[in-house]
Design a protein around this ligand. Structure first.
Ligand code: NAI
Length: 341
């Protein structure tokens, strides 16, 4: 048997980077005969060997699916990767194709979850809820420094109006914002609502709030760099719930220091793979740029939790198991991604 031949007896899926909520999510749905093995460890070149013999590997956003890792997986008999996320920027798709490894994802589990978290960040950051919460618990009822602005009437740019961004745009529209959309594809339903499609440059020049809801690609890597920050409105609010590398962290730190960026909310961070999804409260954070971000009172960071709702976890588990079945049976799936996706 060659490594990539289907194995009738093997319906195992090894789940890397498994958290308690993953175990609960998968535990609550039908497994369709798939044996699910959870591993706490992240998928890397060093840990890929742990999947030997399993036809399906289930990976998350910070698992390493570069060519050398995929080679170890293919050599060990893996036939496909079932991503339990929408983004696939962490997969070397050309290498996967070369090795005959299928890559399937969960294209939409709950766009509402991410859109609502984006809105939560905007509202909390504007009204300084993160600071007010700590003050009140500390018996400090002073309001100094907590002045926000009315969202109604502000201009918000939604960058990426796919499944998530379209909901963000609608929510903001209903809060009576002027909504600017940046996307190579225009959605009629947003135009009918009254939103306007503009270029990235126009969005930077006009928006009071910019929210990044586009995928990470070669084109969008460091979309927010020093040059872009220079063209933004003074005091702009920047929100990133897309992927960390959409933003050049050094550029936004400089923007925060100069005041050009008035406030920043992040659910994703450029170097999050070494930080997020684990309890490091007893450790020294040795990422100086991240530590610097934490010193700003006008920065609000959540650790990649925008997706984390019960509904999303349920949908992720169901689609991932269906994808695992498609991999072990060799059946086609419309959740498959390729280098031309
Ligand atoms: P989608 O594929 O439905 O929409 C993405 C949109 O971005 C498309 O309309 C596309 O045309 C547009 N786009 C592509 N390049 C662009 C560019 N250069 N400028 C502006 N727009 C561009 O994807 P969906 O489901 O809306 O997700 C968007 C991203 O959100 C994902 O790729 C993922 O990175 C991120 N995400 C974050 C989560 C979190 O927990 N923080 C959870 C799920 C997704």
């Amino acid at each position: 048997m060659t490594p990539n031949e289907p194995r009738d007896d093997a319906r195992r899926m090894v789940v890397f980077s498994a958290q308690r909520y993953d175990r609960e999510g998968f535990g609550a749905v039908e497994h369709h005969g798939i044996e699910v093995v959870f591993l706490d460890t992240r998928l890397t070149a060093r840990t890929a060997e742990l999947a030997r013999g399993a036809p399906v590997v289930c990976a998350f956003v910070n698992d390493d699916l570069s060519a050398d890792v995929l080679e170890v997986l293919a050599e060990g008999g893996t036939q496909g990767v079932a991503l339990r996320c929408a983004g696939f920027n962490n997969v070397d798709l050309a290498a996967a194709e070369r090795l005959g490894l299928r890559v399937l994802r969960v294209p939409a589990y709950s766009p509402n979850a991410v859109a609502e978290h984006t809105l939560a960040l905007i509202l909390a950051l504007n009204r300084k809820i993160h600071r007010a919460y700590n003050r009140v618990r500390d018996g400090n009822f002073a309001l100094d420094g907590l002045v926000g602005f009315d969202l109604a009437g502000t201009t918000v740019a939604v960058v990426g109006t796919g499944q998530i961004g379209a909901i963000v745009a609608r929510l903001l529209w209903h809060l009576r914002c002027r909504v600017l959309c940046v996307d190579p594809y225009r959605h009629d339903h947003l135009l009918e609502l009254g939103a306007e499609y503009v270029s990235w440059e126009q969005a930077c020049a006009q928006a009071d709030i910019i929210t990044l809801n586009c995928p990470l690609t070669d084109d969008t890597h460091h979309l927010v760099d020093a040059a872009a920050v220079d063209t933004m409105r003074d005091g702009v609010m920047l929100v990133n719930t897309g992927r960390g590398p959409l933003v050049d962290t050094d550029a936004v730190i400089e923007g925060l220091k100069s005041g050009r960026i008035g406030s920043l909310a992040l659910d994703v961070y450029e170097e999050e793979a070494d930080l997020f999804f684990t309890d490091r409260s007893d450790e020294i954070i040795d990422d100086d740029r991240f530590a610097r971000l934490l010193t700003f009172p006008n920065v609000l960071i959540t650790a990649h939790q925008a997706f984390l709702t019960r509904e999303a976890l349920d949908a992720i588990a169901r689609t991932t198991l269906a994808n695992a079945v498609a991999i072990v049976t060799g059946e086609p799936a419309d959740t498959e991604v390729s280098s031309t996706t």
